[in-house]
Design a protein around this ligand. Structure first.
Ligand SMILES: O=C(O)CCC(=O)C(=O)O
Length: 273
């Protein structure tokens, strides 16, 4: 398998088309729909309410399924993902999280953010494998990225518009930054680094889900990660012994410098629970 490593290095992200087959994707869709319909799980947000007007209350995302579900664990540590990571990073990362976003028609998106804000990996950063389980485009709320943001430090978060986003923090963009949609076919996997600003807008379709199976990974040489992401798993099997990152460190705010917006590292990140 030939991955566009140079593209990843230049843009902090890359799509690997058709990494998983139609049959596999159909199986994952069925599996997670059954899982969602059958029960509630730790990490459900905001809790399942099958009669709610809010699509996200009918279909809240699943988090950390690999901790109790073999299929999720198998996907997170799948040899094809490992092979892509080895090409992109020159080494295997450590695996820390799975998530399943259902995003039914009418659901809000997730405000723009940097994953490293949550994972607090030290040293290095995190990397995501975002697999489309449905074809996704702007209508059903595909992923959006901010090109060129992959080398930026963490920005200080501000309040998000919760009529558009189910999360309540976002990052401010300077006037010359813009979002770019990431349309994908079911079975494609989009890899992106933890500094890249990304998120998604609401699903404006009448009836289409935008389901995605997501894995979060961290630098193979990291020694710290936020508490929420322990235990840390190795592709080779077993766990890695990392400490908990407590201190958020500095974050950037946009300031005007002779009519130009520049980042000043004058903010402090909050401590995470
Ligand atoms: O799928 C989305 O809408 C956002 C996902 C995301 O932000 C992530 O995987 O970090």
């Amino acid at each position: 398998m030939q991955v566009d490593v140079r593209g990843f290095q230049e843009r902090g992200c890359v799509t690997v088309s058709g990494l998983f087959s139609d049959d596999e994707v159909a199986r994952y869709r069925q599996h997670f729909m059954d899982m969602r319909h059958n029960s509630s799980y730790p990490g459900d947000f905001p809790g399942v309410d099958a009669t709610s007007e809010d699509p996200l209350k009918r279909y809240p995302r699943l988090i950390h399924m690999h901790r109790w579900d073999e299929l999720s664990l198998g996907w997170m540590l799948d040899a094809r993902l490992a092979e892509v990571f080895e090409q992109l990073l020159g080494k295997l990362p450590l695996a820390v999280q799975t998530m399943l976003y259902f995003k039914p028609a009418g659901a809000r998106g997730q405000a723009l953010h940097q994953d490293q804000y949550y994972l607090r990996v030290q040293p290095g950063t995190c990397i995501a494998a975002w697999m489309a389980l449905d074809d996704c485009d702007e209508e059903n709320g595909c992923l959006q990225i901010v090109p060129g943001s992959h080398n930026m430090p963490l920005l200080c978060p501000i309040e998000a518009d919760t009529s558009q986003s189910f999360t309540d923090v976002t990052v401010p963009l300077s006037a010359d930054m813009h979002t770019e949609p990431v349309p994908l076919r079911a079975g494609d996997v989009f890899f992106f680094n933890g500094q890249l600003i990304h998120g998604s807008f609401p699903n404006r379709s009448q009836s289409r889900f935008r389901r995605a199976l997501i894995g979060h990974y961290i630098d193979g040489d990291a020694v710290q990660v936020a508490k929420y992401y322990h235990p840390v798993l190795r592709f080779e099997g077993g766990t890695a012994d990392l400490t908990i990152s407590e201190d958020g460190g500095k974050c950037g705010v946009w300031v005007d410098q002779s009519g130009r917006e520049v980042l000043e590292m004058s903010g402090a990140l909050n401590a995470l629970p």
